[in-house]
Write a protein that binds this ligand. Structure first.
Ligand SMILES: NC(=O)C1=CN([C@@H]2O[C@H](COP(=O)(O)OP(=O)(O)OC[C@H]3O[C@@H](n4cnc5c(N)ncnc54)[C@H](O)[C@@H]3O)[C@@H](O)[C@H]2O)C=CC1
Ligand SMILES: O=C(O)C1=N[C@H](C(=O)O)C[C@H](O)C1
Length: 235
């Protein structure tokens, strides 16, 4: 498979190594200093760039009929626009706040726990995410997906980085050097605490998931999620 890398930073470099190990070819490494030249030679593009460039990168792919995977976070308010563009162009698109297998299992566990806790009003939900100090967005895209998973099954209606008012889930975003990504969800009552936690030990899991998603997407039309890629939709 010929792959265009849109964003060639920490993630782009790990994705490149894994893609080459799996027999793929890199036909474009785009950052803020070069153009999309080479994109049209690609079978698929993988965008891990910056919040301000994700929409341009994804649009360029969809407008040119190139299937695109995006892992860039911090632009999700505009996700519906990219879904509409993909549908209008009969394109192929996957966005995931987190491409790792472990986190996608954790997303399912989070929703399962939220369902069980929904009627136990004595428990208050809060979250913590910890990432490296270069991260541009807060809270992380993964934390937002986790909060949405709780909101879907409970009376919570929003998340906040500030002091929560009623029906808000407090997310604490910590920045500590070299941490690839740690997410915890807490259910606190007067008498105890339930905690579930996912700790990434490196960026390998995110990168492998993105390459697997790219391999899966080629030849398909539509807007998909990691649930489709991993076959979690029927559960
Ligand atoms: N969904 C997931 O599984 C994961 C998502 N991420 C997200 O991926 C993004 C990238 O993460 P990192 O590689 O750690 O960041 P990074 O800062 O190391 O790399 C970002 C790269 O994007 C490049 N860039 C800037 N403007 C660009 C443009 N217009 N077009 C293309 N590239 C451009 C920069 O030069 C830089 O090399 C972030 O939004 C991060 O939150 C990171 C890890 C996992
Ligand atoms: O910026 C990162 O590094 C990460 N970003 C993603 C997010 O915002 O959730 C995924 C992962 O946690 C690493």
């Amino acid at each position: 498979m010929k792959i265009a890398l849109l964003g060639y930073g920490k993630m782009g470099k790990v994705i490149e190594r894994i893609a080459l190990e799996r027999g793929h070819e890199i036909v474009l490494k785009k950052d803020q200093n070069n153009t999309f030249e080479g994109l049209l030679n690609a079978d698929v593009a993988i965008d891990f760039s910056v919040p301000d460039s994700a929409i341009e990168n994804i649009s360029e792919c969809l407008n040119n009929g190139i299937p695109v995977i995006s892992g860039t976070t911090g632009w999700v308010a505009d996700y519906p626009k990219m879904v509409s563009l993909c549908e209008a162009k009969n394109g192929s698109f996957i966005y995931a706040s987190n491409f790792s297998l472990g986190v996608n299992v954790f997303f399912e566990l989070n929703e399962y726990l939220a369902k069980m806790m929904a009627n136990l009003k004595q428990y208050n939900v809060s979250m913590e995410e910890i990432h490296h100090t270069q991260k541009l967005d807060a809270p992380s895209g993964t934390a937002i997906t986790l909060a949405e998973g709780v909101i879907k099954h409970t009376d919570y209606s929003n998340w906040t980085l500030e002091t929560p008012i009623s029906n808000e889930i407090r997310i604490e975003a910590k920045r500590i050097e070299n941490v690839p990504g740690t997410h915890s969800i807490f259910y606190d009552s007067e008498v105890d605490q339930i905690e579930i936690k996912h700790t990434a030990h490196s960026r390998e899991g995110f990168a492998l998931g993105a390459v697997v998603a790219a391999e899966w997407l080629v030849g398909k039309k539509g807007v998909f999620t990691m649930k489709d890629v991993l076959g979690l939709n029927s559960k």
